[in-house]
Design a protein around this ligand. Structure first.
Ligand code: MN
Length: 265
């Protein structure tokens, strides 16, 4: 190779490096938020009571075994266990308008479909390592909800030491009523929560029977994950969970909130 062609070759090499660098920069630019989404993923919302606004749902957290008698019926010792949490996908939300009995399809894969009535807290802000004292400052409002469960799958998978994900996290497994802002209704402390099937009371407790209060749940959860506005927390169910079959009507009540009712179809 003579000197000139060597110089040309060097130039070509530098140009190639420059071109690569340019591509690198433009790729990085493409990764910025200005890039267009390939498709739209639908945001899940829960209506806010007496408002034209709705609450966008970011994550659905649920606490397990949070009433002593329910912990015992599930085979654990309520005095010893720290709280544990799981999640449902946001599209598990099934909105149930007050005053209506909404059809709720019996899900696939189960022969033992259970109800769990629960108070739900909806967050307007979040953070990490939130103190118990400040935890309720992050609550926007409350709703009445159901943590519907494929109990046979939850138990079988648990017994096999496999994730019991599909026992809890599936389509329409989180029926919920409208969210009532704290600014309108205040907080909850020892109200009565109950559930009836076909007019027969099955679950009934007061909220002060929770092992971990809503404030403690928020604080504990924020140690594991940073919490954000849009997160909602199912705060656990009292004892006497049980099965429903097609045709059954579930009626949930919580003092100061309207009833929530679904029909299994
Ligand atoms: Mn539950």
């Amino acid at each position: 190779m003579d000197r000139i062609s060597r110089r040309d070759s060097l130039k070509a090499g530098l140009a190639a490096i420059a071109a690569t660098a340019t591509v690198g920069v433009s790729r990085e630019a493409n990764a910025q938020p200005a890039a267009k989404a390939l498709f739209t993923v639908e945001q899940t919302f829960i209506p806010i009571a007496n408002s034209t606004q709705q609450f966008p749902v970011r994550r659905i957290y649920c606490i397990g075994r949070n009433y002593a008698a329910h912990a015992r019926e599930m085979g654990s010792d309520p005095t010893r266990e720290p709280p544990f949490f799981f999640q449902k996908p946001t599209d598990a939300i099934q909105y149930v308008a007050p005053g209506q009995v909404v059809d709720h399809p019996y899900p696939s894969l189960t022969k033992n479909y259970h109800y769990e009535v629960e108070l739900v807290a909806a967050l307007k802000s979040g953070g990490k390592d939130i103190s118990i004292e400040r935890a309720l400052d992050h609550v926007y409002g409350y709703a009445l909800g159901l943590d519907m469960t494929r109990r046979d799958l939850q138990r079988m998978l648990g017994d096999q030491k496999k994730p019991w994900e599909i026992g809890k996290s599936f389509d329409r497994s989180a029926p919920i009523g409208p969210i009532y802002p704290v600014s309108a209704i205040g907080s909850f402390s020892k109200e009565t929560i109950s559930l009836a099937v076909n007019g027969v009371i099955k679950q009934r407790a007061t909220l002060d029977q929770m092992i971990w209060s809503v404030a403690e749940q928020i604080s504990k959860l924020s140690e594991a994950n940073e919490l954000f506005a849009g997160d909602i927390i199912y705060s656990g169910t009292p004892e006497n969970v049980g099965p429903v079959v097609k045709g059954d009507v579930i009626l949930c009540k919580l003092d100061r909130l309207p009833d929530l009712s679904i029909k299994i179809t």
